[in-house]
Design a protein around this ligand. Structure first.
Ligand code: FAD
Length: 393
């Protein structure tokens, strides 16, 4: 039989391959990735930047072998012939498929097209290694999102001088209410990050240094890290003639406008409360891979858990459950009276007390202590506050 071909051996691709076996699929599965590494965890790249710590694979070659998954690394898929159900690799070879899963993720944006040995981005394990190997003393980071913030925190922990330039008025200002952004800005500044908000810089990069000109002042650094978001790798979807709009358009289970082609993870633009949107998160990549496989095999879909997201900065863990928006309110946690959290309506976010999420419904006081964030079973309100992870009745 023709195989199920998964393009992109990253978080979503590895989870899809594993889920196929877990769901009882016995037919051939091919997982094709263009990186030299087996699938690996990206979240730790920014959190452990400049540290020499063992990195985690999302699927080891041994696991792939045990699950009888044909894992091809260092192979780029360059074309999809949707009529013949066939993909073409960069070496000119073809692979036929019964079903195709596109799990190609995204690439770090470089809107000013800056280049040179002192200019870096952070998406891959190789990117992280190159940044660490270059061993800068003064690091300039462009961007105010999660990866920029985590890289800044990791760089300060490694003793670097860090300047962060943010074009927007606040850190992650489209995702977070001002109170949370302000809190994060204060956290970074208290750890010695030179954080400049609302600035627009011109860059001059040569072999010796990076210079950022902001108005009349100039900052010189050894390295520029551009961390201004990603663009989806949706070119194969376009090539296949399936609907794409800021990513490959899918239904809730990852099926595209071609019923034999699916898209999951960061590249997939899936239905959400405000229309189709891509969700760049580890949990989404995993959950969507599982949902896609179940739908493909005709198995019932379980309810999707609300989104959860975490970030580690300066020893703090920030946890978000749900979809962040800037419209959250500052409240006090029930049962923990004076401890603040940001109420987003459906969920909340906490910063100061890591690992502490309260879920509450009608019950006034949480009862059961847990070490892990609660596994949500349906729509609920999430709060972050308090001194122990608890779940309300
Ligand atoms: P990826 O993991 O990017 O995998 C896609 C793979 O497809 C890549 O290996 C790519 O090279 C390959 N590929 C692309 N095109 C082709 C082709 N044509 N042929 C063959 N292979 C191809 N999320 C969180 O929830 N919490 C975090 O704390 C967090 N931290 C992060 C920190 C960093 C530095 C980064 C980069 C991401 C972080 N994320 C985090 C996001 C999370 O890692 C991603 O959402 C997740 O990796 C998406 O999985 P994916 O499989 O869609 O894409």
């Amino acid at each position: 039989p023709r195989p199920i071909v998964i393009v992109g051996a990253g978080q979503a691709g590895a989870m899809a391959a594993r889920s196929l076996r877990e769901a009882g699929h016995r037919g051939p599965v091919q997982l094709i990735g263009d990186e030299a590494h087996p699938p690996y965890e990206r979240p730790e790249l920014s959190k452990t930047l400049f540290q020499s710590v063992p990195q985690t694979d999302a699927m080891t070659p041994d696991e792939a072998k045990r699950l009888n998954i044909d894992l091809s690394l260092g192979q780029r898929v360059v074309g999809v012939d949707a009529d013949r159900c066939r993909v073409t690799l960069a070496d000119g070879s073809n692979r036929d498929y019964a079903r195709l899963i596109l799990a190609t993720g995204g690439r770090a944006r470089n809107p000013m097209a800056l280049s040179g040995p002192r200019v870096h981005r952070l998406r891959t394990r190789d990117d992280a290694r190159a940044i660490a190997l270059a061993a800068p003393r003064r690091l300039l980071i462009l961007g105010g999102g999660w990866i920029a913030m985590e890289a800044a925190a990791a760089a300060r922990a490694a003793g670097l001088e860090v300047t962060v330039l943010v074009r927007g008025p606040a850190l992650a200002h489209r995702l977070l209410p001002p109170a949370v952004s302000d809190h994060l800005a204060a956290l970074h500044r208290s750890h010695g990050v030179d954080l400049r908000l609302g600035v627009s810089a011109e860059f001059a990069v040569d072999d010796n240094a990076v210079r950022a000109k902001i108005g009349d002042s100039e900052i010189t650094a050894d390295m520029l890290l551009i961390a201004v978001g990603i663009a989806p790798n949706d070119d194969l979807g376009r090539h296949a003639g399936i609907a794409c709009d800021g990513g490959i358009c899918t239904d809730a289970a990852g099926t595209t406008s071609n019923p034999l082609i699916h898209a999951i993870g960061d590249v997939a633009s899936q239905p959400g409360p405000a229309g189709l949107a891509r969700i760049e998160s580890w949990q989404n990549a995993n959950d969507q891979a599982c949902a896609c496989v179940r739908a493909m095999l005709g198995q019932p879909l379980s309810a999707r858990a609300p989104l959860r997201f975490w970030s580690d900065q300066f020893g703090k863990r920030i946890q978000i459950a749900g979809r962040p928006t800037a419209k959250a309110r500052l409240c006090n946690g029930p049962g923990d009276g004076d401890r603040p959290f940001w109420d987003f309506g459906d969920f909340a976010i906490g910063i100061d007390r890591p690992q502490e999420i309260h879920r509450f419904g009608s019950a006034p006081r949480p009862k059961t202590a847990r070490r892990q964030p609660p596994k949500p079973t349906g729509p609920g309100r999430f709060l972050v506050a308090g001194s122990a992870v608890t779940e309300g009745a």
